[in-house]
Structure formats: C-alpha cells, structure tokens
Ligand binder design. Structure first.
Ligand code: FAD
Ligand code: DHB
Length: 385
C-alpha cells in the first residue's frame, strides 16, 4: 500500500493533519492502535485557545464548537480569602473556548468520514522504517501490512514509537505531584474556571457543559486512586476552592469518572529527521496547568500541513526545513508558561516558597503588566509566533 503522507496516531494532531492535508490536495493514511470508540471517549483537555478555534472554524470544523462550546472572557485566580477575575478580553482582546477534547475528536472523525478518509483503527506493532525512504509496518488481526509513503508523521502521543526514530536532544522535568481529575454530573458552580492556590494543594474548577463539571486536585505523585472516595474528593475540593467564602458554594453531584494524571514537561528537538516528522505530544509534553497540550498539537499541525503540501506536491522543501525551528519556538513559550503556572499554583517546598507564590499571585492579579502576561499566554499567541 502506498500513500503520500503516513500518519501514526488518530488523536487531535493526527486527524487534524489529515484534514488539513486533504484540503491542500495531499492524500494520507492514518493508523491508530486504539479503537475509534476509545479515542473518542477518553477524557482529556477542555480548553481551546482563540487561535485554535479560528483555525478549526477556517477549515469547516467550527459549527458544533461555536454552537455547543462556551466562550469565556477569562479565569479566576484564587488563594484563601481572595478571588480575582482576570479578564483576557479586556487585557488582550481575546478569550478561550470550553469545548472538550472528546468533542474535537468526534468532529474530526466525522469530517474524515465525510471525506472518505482512510483511518485504520485497532492496529498493532506499528513500526517506522528507513527515515530517508520511509515506510510503516503494522499488523491488523495478526496480518502484517506495509505502508510506503513520501513522508511519515508521528502524531502518536507521549508513548508512541516515532519519537525514538528521530535522533536529537530531549529536555525533561518531572514534578513531585499529580492531578486527580474527576468528571461530575452536576451544573458548574462557577461561570468561568477557578485556579485555586491552597496550602493543602492546588484545585481547579472547570467544566464541559451546563450539566457537566470537570474538577482537578493536586495529589502526591504516587497516589492510589482507591484512597480517594467520592466524599473525600468533594471535601478536599470544597476546602481548596473556598466553599462558603463570600457566599460561594460548590455544588456536589455524582462522579462519573476519576483518574490520576502525572505531571511532566518534555521537549524533543529537532521535530524532524529526514522524511519523518513529529507533531503534538509525540514531540513535547506539558503539565496540564494552563491548558496548552491540545492547543500545541493544533498549532504544530497548522505549521506542518502547508510545509508538507509544498514538499509533496511542489518538491519545495523550504517550509519543511523551517518547521522544527518554527514549531519549537512556540513549544518553548508554552513549556515555559505551563511550568510557570504549575510552579506558581502547586503546593511544594516550604513556607518560604509558599510566601513567594502568594506574592507572585497578588502581583499577577493586581498589576496590569502581570495579568496581561498571563492573559496573552493563556488566550494564546498567534500560530506563527
Ligand atoms: P494524543 O491525543 O495522545 O494522540 C496520540 C494517538 O496516537 C493516540 O490516539 C494513541 O492511541 C496513538 N498511538 C500511540 N501509539 C501508537 C502506535 N504505536 N501506533 C498507532 N497509534 C498510536 N491537556 C489539558 O490541557 N488538560 C487535561 O486535562 C489533559 N488531560 C490529559 C490526560 C491524559 C491522560 C493525557 C495523556 C493528556 C492530557 N492532556 C490534557 C494533554 C492533551 O490531551 C494532549 O496534549 C493532546 O491529546 C495531544 O494530542 P496528540 O494528538 O498530539 O496526542
Ligand atoms: C482543563 C484542563 C486544564 O489543564 C486546564 O488548565 C483547564 C481546564 C479541563 O480539562 O477542563
């Protein structure tokens, strides 16, 4: 079997890349190790930056997003006895959208169906061979298939095989804590997200829809989820989010999903070796504070798609040669922002560290310079930044 671009991984990066390539007249085949149901129902990110939304709208993927998603002007930053609204619209003229990654996946899947795109789900033993003249092998029901391509793109997430065939340098940072994330069938207790610093640990009140709330708690890195009953989770959330403070109430409801999410930063450079490219979590991982992972996957493929169209159709390699440097510039900006939000908001270190965090939070919330920096990065920089 032969195609112009072989894409490994049908997450947001892989499916969006396939969509953008098709719009540019380039054919692709996507191979994915999981089932379609699994990919479309895994609970992950929920915030889209302004430029991600603009890109999705510009390629016909914005209808349901703008109908069912919720545009937010900003976020609340909180610490005990104080809650401050940071209004991104007032500060930088743009906001963010709450729209679950599950919904982005479904929209992408339907768009690929409508275009007759080949996505091979449920494959095994994916391997990338010969970066100079690349091909991919995988098995379906025990039968090996070979897929030859002009270019292979690894969109295979943080544990996929493609990163290992791209030599280079890796920078990594682990944090001594994780997030316990829950989904609850209850109306959100807040109109916009609350990021809360608390001596017991960070908490985040997010949402998915008018009837579904998404919440996170900082927990130790080695947390056994069995130790967290629903009641213990709600009690910790109530304390850290300030239930009862100035009349605010956290409404409890049935928890339908809970999982522990490890926190780490990783950047691999370059994001290309010969005719093999990396995009999204395959090349970089950010801790979730600041909601950058999904948005970086979108911006990588927004840069990569025109580069591959020029390479495959016109044999013009200029954009492809620039891809890694251009993508990494934005990757490092988001890596810094995610690290900054993470270290400002999570309990770690001693009393001295806590006082520094509180001082920084007060400055961010009260100074136009401080809050504009947060707003500009959170609402997102232009894709070509
Ligand atoms: P993925 O979405 O990971 O897609 C990669 C795809 O490649 C997967 O479908 C995988 O099954 C497939 N694959 C892997 N190996 C192979 C193989 N050998 N062959 C074929 N296919 C393969 N971000 C937030 O902002 N907030 C969150 O709360 C949040 N929660 C997260 C929870 C988890 C558990 C994870 C892993 C990530 C989370 N993120 C979150 C980050 C965000 O979801 C990712 O940044 C985003 O999914 C990146 O998209 P991607 O397409 O690059 O990678
Ligand atoms: C969500 C996740 C994040 O990491 C974040 O910073 C904000 C919201 C979410 O899943 O809703």
């Amino acid at each position: 079997m032969r195609t112009q671009v072989a894409i490994i991984g049908a997450g947001p990066a892989g499916l969006l890349l396939s969509h953008l390539l098709a719009a540019g007249g380039v054919e692709s085949v996507v191979v994915e190790t999981r089932t379609r149901d699994y990919v479309e129902s895994r609970i992950r990110a929920g915030i889209l930056e302004h430029s991600s939304v603009e890109l999705l709208k510009s390629v016909g993927l914005g209808d349901r997003l703008t109908r069912e998603g919720d545009e937010h002007r900003g976020i609340y930053l909180q610490w005990p006895a104080e809650r401050h609204h940071i209004d991104f619209h007032d500060l930088v003229g743009r906001g963010v959208w709450v729209y679950g990654q599950t919904e982005v996946q479904k929209d992408l899947g339907r768009a690929r169906d409508a275009a007759g795109q080949e996505v091979r789900y449920d494959v095994r033993d994916t391997q990338v061979h010969d970066p100079d003249d690349p091909y991919v092998t995988f098995t379906v029901d025990g039968v090996e298939t070979r897929l030859d391509a002009d270019v292979v793109v690894g969109c295979d997430g943080s544990f996929g095989p493609t990163r290992s065939v791209v030599p280079g340098r890796t920078w990594e940072r682990t944090y001594g804590y994780s997030w316990l994330g829950v989904l609850a069938s209850v109306a959100p207790s807040t109109d916009e997200l609350i990021y809360a610093w608390h001596p017991d640990g960070f908490a985040l009140n997010s949402m998915r829809s008018p009837t579904v709330t998404r919440l996170y708690l900082q927990v130790p890195a080695d947390t056994d989820i069995g130790e967290w009953s629903d009641e213990r989770i709600w009690d910790a959330l109530a304390t850290r989010l300030g239930h009862g403070q100035d009349g605010w109430k956290l409404t409890r409801g049935p928890i339908t999903e809970k999982s522990v999410l490890p926190m780490r930063s990783l950047v691999q450079a370059p994001m290309r070796h010969s005719r093999v490219f990396l995009a999204g979590d395959a090349a970089h991982i950010v801790p979730p504070t600041g909601a950058k992972g999904l948005n970086l996957a979108v911006s990588d493929v927004a840069l990569l798609a025109p580069a591959l169209v020029a390479l495959v159709r016109e044999k013009d390699s200029r954009l492809a040669d620039e891809y890694s440097d251009r993508a990494l510039r934005r990757v490092w900006r988001c890596t810094h922002f995610s690290w900054w939000m993470t270290t400002m908001l999570h309990a770690s270190g001693d009393e001295f560290d806590a006082q520094l965090q509180l001082s920084q939070l007060r400055w961010v919330a009260s100074s136009v310079a401080g809050s504009t920096g947060l707003a500009e990065n959170y609402a997102g920089l232009p894709i070509g930044f």
